[in-house]
Design a protein around this ligand. Structure first.
Ligand SMILES: [Zn+2]
Length: 95
């Protein structure tokens, strides 16, 4: 990711950080955690790089589609939430 990216709102130099993205569709919501983002230290504006935003959007689209399909087949979903996380290196090696 590029450094010294100016904030689109206030032109302050944005800092690379992590944020949580919230999606809502078809009666479900999903939070995508630890997303790489530029965060403005001055006004709090968050910017996600285009390729990252697209990857997440594609993943969420498939997830929502899949859940919607399941819900239609069973008339109601047999669960109300999915917690989906990448294993950290330490957790993986502890197995
Ligand atoms: Zn700003």
């Amino acid at each position: 990711m590029k450094v010294n990216k100016p904030c689109p709102e206030c032109k302050a130099i944005m800092k690379l950080g992590r944020t949580t993205l919230h999606f809502e569709r078809s009666g479900f919501y999903a939070d995508v955690e630890d997303v790489e983002a530029y965060i403005c230290p001055k006004c709090g504006t968050r910017t996600i790089a285009g390729n990252i935003a697209k990857d997440i959007g594609d993943t969420m689209e498939l997830l929502f589609q899949s859940v919607k399909k399941t819900a239609r087949l069973k008339e109601k979903t047999s669960f109300t939430g999915i917690s989906f996380h990448k294993l950290t290196a330490s957790k993986t090696s502890a197995r």
